[in-house]
Unconditional design. Sequence first.
Length: 365
Amino acid sequence: MTQIHNSQNNSNQENNNQQNEILDFAVIGAGIAGLTFANTMNSLGFQIAVFEKSRGTGGRMSSKRVNNSQHHPMAFDLGCASFFGESKSFKEQLDHWHQLGILAPWLKDEQDRDHYVATSRNSSLTRFLSKDLMCHFSTKIDSIRPYDGCWQIDCVNGSGINCVYARNIILATPAPQTLDLLPEDIGIELKNQLASVILAPQWVLAIEIDDEYVDLADLSFPNSEVIHSISIESSKPTREHQESTKILQIQATAQWSDNNIDADKAFVERKLLIALEQITGETVVALNSHLHRWLYSTVSRGLESQSGYLWDTSLSKNNGLGLIGDYFETQHFGIEASWHSAIALADYLSNVKGNQPFMRADQND
């Protein structure tokens, strides 16, 4: 059987090693959760491939560079502005990435928490996590279903529909997208659980303005019905920007975003700029701008979970289906919740002894 044909990948492995293999794990989603899980299991010798519908890694760690013909390029983080650790283990992980030069400390907040950003841009962290993995970008998963003792994953990319085969599948996507991917044979109880998850949308606006305007802290959370947070992107360490300008990332509140989720982009940008002017008391002239809509941004209602993941073998004891992400209700939030969810499932699977689905492919063949 052929693993996949004609897809983009950033693997350091030779293409001929990709053929005629059944993966140990197919991971859907190249955000923090998916890449953390894939990295952990890859380090244990399992055969892993990651599939992502976007052109690159990131999820809500995405960054963007906008080239405007009338102005110089503007680079900014598109998702989370920064991240910090609440748990001892995640703080240690952040410190490890810092020691490797992948992260840089940015600021301390009012609760004395150290906020980190990735060097160059936040997507640098997910690119680092993916560097030793076989990743297939611009690849949409059309369906997954049991087939001949394993899972068959039908992928759609620039070359058409391709089939991938794996012993186990990990869905590291937002709950609504995970629900759409589940095969019909999966129980109604699980689908009802996923359907109960509520993820709030969010509009995010990045603007470039003259440096002399807008006197704000590097990261602020104004008392506004429209704006949730404002970060000065150009204040982040190792970030590219013009000396005479500053770049702001403006995140709208969940409620306002939800109320205006289908609004015209020009309307949304105008309302966010008006709200910014009300906060600063200054007229704001954007030299450059970019607006992005996240349909699934923050968790409003998640799944109660002691473990922080779901592992299902109801279809076959030899073919597991794992769900990971920040929508599992634990004491963690956001990027940290995604990381914990992935680590928890990887730890569980790596500690299972003498069970066929968790043996590496080279042990089974």
